[in-house]
Design a protein around this ligand. Structure first.
Ligand code: ANZ
Length: 865
């Protein structure tokens, strides 16, 4: 203890209890315990080289508070942690330094784990997972194998960004205005063979499942928009001069058919060549070439000027036999609907701009609904509903009804049908990288495959899914054949250099002894090329898939592996899955609203469909914590130099202060700047708590006694505090729980004598938030560790009845913060909260109070200089 014990020795205390928890496995979660289970999950981190900064912990601290609280409530708590450790930074570091990405990754993980432990997280490290561990990625590969067998993994030529200077394919995020993010080299669109996951097969299910999820509305809305379901019709148009062809379009507004004045094909549409008349050919070819250099985003940007070319060909409108010129324009994308549209400039913004640009006719077919009393002035384009006009027999119908009637009529005449489309695209699931999971797939030439006499053309080898995945390259047909589950994992081979191959394939293409193998069609075995001679039994020459999986793969199912991390025979045991089920709470950043949270739902739904897991959804309940910004109010980043390392804060003021501070800073979900001065307030609070309970010799204060009967005031405040802290933890409003504890501690300070039970209760309430000091105090007031095993205090509603009010804090006339306090809190109580409030404390730093004006229920104004 430090001399005189004026300040508690957080260094010694924190180290001691961290060791105690580790040694006693205090937070071990046991399968099948006869207690209700509670599974709380954090989004696991990418162990970056920069280490943890203070912007990372809020979500982890929040889940930790819940984990500790639930344990005190008697739950069997599962609170695990792991590492999403594949990824580009480690590979880039490897390219520039020659260090193996595994080595760097391990170093980073060790540093992160140490940092986590120093914050005092209640984690069950026996269940740690690491996505780069072959025992883990074996199961990532296994899932892909199942998807392959169910036809959800396919192969496709996909346009990707290719950077000739870097000799590699780049992700969308790595391309900025047509240049590579790294080195600013020009990039171009190239078609390359990619592995694709058919997430679109799950579009309806992914949309449907959202209904039952307890998620933030905005996140649900983002997923709905991303899936982008549209109802409408597919309509067939005859083509003038091409009696054997039909032009199929998708429209959400079949009720505007009479307003179509031209048609548009996407530049990649398969009919473009055929329909283009010779006089227009040169122009069309040139147009297609420029379109190929633009991204979808650029092409569909509303603000961009519309471009296009006429083909010289006409379509016939099925409802009135009008001739409609067929244009080619890049605002129509091949990847959506049918890649062709009917253009209705009066009622669609992009068609309107295009028609103006190229002087095409505009016909209004939906009457505009005018607000009562407004001028009868109308503006185009009008995209709303209304009465149909200029629409033959349909004129006079309400457009929503007209839509149904036109679809009916199109169906009857065989010229169209109702159709649903999704914005959701299939997921390009391959990366030309080293540091990722290899695919459990080899490629075999069709000719070699057929040479094995047992297998005739058209017959498929027994390990193959029902629909074999074929790919044609350079005139030769290749089969993708799965490596069977019994042969997993396919281990990432050792390599010296991690440079891309320069041919559009990843670095693995350079590792020829790994790449070229003999593959046994009967057993799925592989052998190095040197070990066999051609013609042996069922062996065929094969090459391995050289792409690796994207970083998203490992995080799609990690929540399952925590439940059964060592299982070598199954991804997860059925009984264990039935016990732990999906996490009860998932806490992580809102930046994952679509990608991770959609991909993981897709995988989990698939695993549910093939009966690997019992729950239909992975994350029934979700919370997004807000970001902590740098002191300058800008997102923390190494390049900005505004990063604050939690290790420094812990060295100076302790982990409990860091935890309390991060939770006191404001509502968990909001974005807030860090303030180094603000943390002193919570540090002073913890010191005060210590001195209230522990005297200068390190013993319990004499005024704390067994047989004190509390005044009704104290009793009331005690029960109020239990209730407030309990409810605030349940709703993740930790900031207000902390203010309440400050009020209570302030009250205790004024008493001549305090009952030991009251003090113990107070320590318990503090424990989830500031666990180290709480364990220490708990022991010093005569209790057995660990405090998490002591049953959570209960409150008695009959002991209190009081309202809360919001008080605004002002310093020298400026609003600096606010807090909820009991309606009858006095000036002193409110002043205590204000002085330690993270938003107020920095403005009082080094100043003396000149005057305090308190208006109960409203405002506390501090004058200080
Ligand atoms: C005629 C029409 C009239 C349309 C009208 C809209 C308004 P969402 O809601 O996003 O599904 N479209 C169809 N396929 C397209 C493609 N491949 N590229 C670009 N645009 C495409 O949009 C569906 C509407 O977007 C379709 O309905 C079509 O234009 C256009 F008053 O058809 B509409």
């Amino acid at each position: 203890m430090s001399t005189g014990c004026i300040e508690y020795d957080f260094k010694k205390i924190e180290a001691h209890w961290q060791k105690y928890w580790e040694k006693n496995k205090t937070f071990r979660a046991e399968d099948f315990l006869d207690k209700p289970k509670y599974y709380i999950l954090d989004m696991f981190p990418y162990p970056s080289g920069a280490g943890l900064h203070v912007g990372h912990p809020p979500g982890y601290i929040a889940s930790d508070i819940i984990a500790r609280y639930k344990k005190s409530l008697g739950f069997n708590v599962l609170h695990p942690m792991g590492w999403d450790a594949f990824g580009l930074p480690a590979e880039q570091y490897a390219i520039s330094t020659g260090t193996h990405p595994r080595k760097k990754t391990e170093e980073n993980i060790n540093r992160f784990r140490k940092q986590f432990d120093r914050i005092g997280f209640a984690l069950d490290w026996d269940r740690e997972v690491n996505t780069t561990d072959p025992d883990y990625y074996k199961w990532t590969q296994w899932i892909i194998l199942q998807m392959f067998k169910h036809g959800l993994l396919t192969v496709d030529d996909q346009p990707v960004w290719w950077c000739p200077a870097l000799g590699t394919v780049l992700a969308n995020e790595e391309v900025i205005k047509g240049l590579s993010e790294r080195g600013s080299h020009p990039v171009e669109r190239r078609k390359l063979r990619q592995m694709v996951l058919r997430i679109t097969a799950y579009a309806e299910k992914l949309l449907d499942g959202l209904k039952d999820l307890d998620w933030p509305d905005s996140t649900k809305r983002q997923q709905i928009a991303w899936i982008g379901r549209s109802e409408g019709a597919e309509t067939l148009f005859d083509i003038d001069g091409f009696p054997d062809e039909k032009l199929k379009i998708f429209t959400t507004r079949p009720d505007t058919l009479f307003g179509a004045t031209y048609m548009v094909l996407s530049p990649e549409h398969p009919l473009v060549n055929k329909l283009t008349q010779s006089a227009y050919e040169n122009e069309v070819l040139a147009y297609i070439k420029t379109a190929a250099t633009k991204s979808d985003l650029d092409r569909t940007d509303l603000a961009k000027e519309k471009t296009g070319v006429f083909t010289g060909c006409y379509a016939i409108n099925p409802v009135n036999n009008e001739k409609l010129p067929i244009w080619i324009a890049d605002y129509v994308l091949m990847g959506y609907g049918t890649g062709a549209i009917m253009a209705v400039p009066a009622h669609d913004g992009r068609d309107y701009e295009f028609a103006q640009q190229f002087e095409l006719p505009i016909i209004e077919v939906i009457g505009q609904k005018l607000k009562e009393g407004s001028e009868s002035e109308t503006t185009l384009p009008y995209s709303g509903e209304g009465e149909m006009i200029n629409s033959g027999d349909y004129t006079g119908l309400e457009s929503t009804l007209g839509k149904e009637k036109i679809i009916d009529d199109l169906e009857k005449s065989g010229r169209g049908k109702a159709a649903v489309n999704y914005k959701l695209r299939d997921w390009i699931f391959s990366r030309q990288r080293y540091w990722g999971e290899p695919f459990p797939i080899v490629w075999v030439d069709e000719d070699d495959y057929l040479k094995v006499s047992k297998f005739k053309k058209g017959e498929v080898y027994k390990l193959l899914p029902e629909v074999p995945v074929c790919f044609e390259a350079d005139g030769a047909k290749k089969y993708a054949l799965p490596i069977p589950a019994s042969h997993l994992p396919v281990i990432l081979p050792e390599m010296e250099s991690f440079q891309p191959s320069g041919t559009g394939q990843g670095p693995l293409a350079n590792q020829t002894t790994w790449l070229n193998v003999w593959f046994n069609l009967e057993t799925g075995d592989t052998q190095p090329v040197s070990d066999l001679t051609p013609g042996d039994g069922n062996w065929v020459p094969a090459t391995r898939e050289t792409n690796t999986m994207p970083q998203w793969a490992g995080s799609c199912w990690y929540h399952l592996r925590y439940c059964d991390p060592q299982n070598a025979d199954n991804l997860i045991d059925h009984k264990i899955d039935a016990y732990w089920k999906s996490p009860d709470y998932y806490i992580g950043g809102a930046e994952h609203a679509v990608l991770h949270l959609l991909y993981a739902r897709f995988w989990h739904q698939f695993l549910h469909d093939i009966k690997v897991v019992s729950e239909p959804e992975p994350y029934p309940r979700l919370f997004h914590q807000g970001i902590i910004l740098g002191e300058d109010g800008i997102k923390m980043s190494k390049s900005r130099g505004n990063v604050i390392n939690p290790d420094d804060i812990i060295d100076e003021l302790g982990a409990d202060s860091l935890r309390l501070y991060e939770m006191f800073l404001g509502p968990l979900e909001s974005m807030k700047p860090w303030s180094t001065h603000g943390i002193d307030g919570v540090y002073r609070f913890l010191n005060r708590v210590w001195r209230e309970i522990i005297d200068r010799t390190g013993k319990m204060q004499g005024k704390i006694q067994e047989n004190v009967s509390e005044s009704s005031d104290t009793e009331r405040l005690l029960h109020e505090t239990i209730k407030k802290v309990t409810q605030d933890i349940e709703t993740l409003q930790f900031n207000t729980a902390i203010s309440q504890m400050m009020i209570f501690s302030n009250h205790l300070q004024k008493l001549e004598a305090i009952s030991l039970t009251t003090v113990k209760t107070f320590i318990q309430l503090l424990a989830p938030l500031a666990p180290h000091i709480a364990e220490e105090l708990w022991q010093r007031v005569g209790e057995e560790p660990s405090i998490v095993n002591a049953p959570w205090p209960r409150y008695d509603e009959s002991k209190f009845e009081r309202d809360e009010v919001k008080i605004i804090f002002q310093v020298n006339g400026k609003m600096r913060g606010e807090a909820l306090v009991p309606a009858d809190a006095g000036e002193n109580d409110v002043l205590i909260i204000a002085r330690e409030h993270p938003r107020v404390a920095p403005h009082l730093e080094g100043k003396s109070l000149r005057k305090v004006i308190f208006v109960p229920g409203k405002i506390l104004n501090i004058v200080a200089n």
